[in-house]
Design a protein around this ligand. Structure first.
Ligand code: 13P
Length: 240
């Protein structure tokens, strides 16, 4: 199996006391295709190893007057190479708009931060056979007025699969990944990498790995415990 991209989205799970053990487990990892995304406050502890570090979010503005926000320029200045943008938890629970998502991507591109753009449909949209329309709309809105997509990858995360232990049917997932790639190709005449996220775990990783067109995974809860995450990475990629 070639080297797939594996992103760990730790969300708000970690406490300060857990960092040394996490770092200890990952310090010998030698792959820039492993991207760990801790909370902003913990990012400095994860830098300067041979894996990559991403942020879970970024401010949509570069102006200095936004108390509590963190800009792409600041992230870039400490060595963050990736940012997750448009996660459904932010879109839904924090009302993040597609206009903001578009601005965040532009800020990242300007600061040379690679974007992991999350898209995905709700269960209701899925049941009403609106998945493809929703995904295309999310892609077009997010990439509005963006000419260069070389620093962008897509993470397809069906909202109904996040934290539910449910994953899409494998055929359906392969078709959706194809659909996303074709949609982008038709817009830019360029290939884009597509990751899958949503309940990736030890029970489904082998079947997910049989999907040929997937470029990697965005992993939430199974990335919180470093040994568990390493075990999964081991079954995804030949880096260990
Ligand atoms: P889970 O892997 O916990 O389902 O979370 C997926 C996710 O939201 C990653 O961004």
């Amino acid at each position: 199996m070639e080297n797939k991209i594996v992103v760990g989205n730790i969300k708000m799970n970690m406490r300060f006391s857990e960092i040394p053990n996490y770092i200890n487990c990952f310090k010998n990892i030698n792959s820039k295709n492993i991207i760990i995304c801790p909370s902003y406050i913990y990012i400095p502890y994860f830098l300067n190893y041979n894996f990559n570090v991403g942020s879970q979010n970024v401010c949509s503005l570069e102006d200095k007057g936004y108390t509590g926000e963190v800009s792409a320029k600041q992230l870039s200045s400490i060595g963050v190479k990736y940012s997750i943008v448009g996660h459904s938890e932010r879109r839904i629970k924090l009302n993040e708009s597609s206009i903001e998502i578009n601005k965040k991507i532009k800020c990242c591109i300007d600061s040379n931060i690679k974007v992991i753009l999350c898209i995905g449909e709700t269960k209701e949209q899925f049941n009403m056979l609106k998945k493809d329309i929703v995904l295309k709309r999310q892609i077009k809105d997010a990439l509005y007025d963006i000419e260069d997509i070389s620093n962008i990858m897509i993470a397809y995360e069906p909202i109904w699969a996040i934290g539910t232990k449910e994953i899409p049917n494998l055929n359906e997932l392969e078709n959706t990944v194809n659909y996303i790639k074709t949609t982008i190709y038709n817009m830019y005449k360029k290939d884009i990498k597509v990751l899958y996220g949503g309940s990736v775990n030890e029970d489904n990783i082998d079947e997910l790995n049989t999907i040929n067109n997937l470029d990697g995974y965005l992993i939430g809860s199974a990335s919180v415990n470093p040994n568990r995450f390493l075990g999964l990475i081991n079954r995804i990629s030949k880096i260990l």
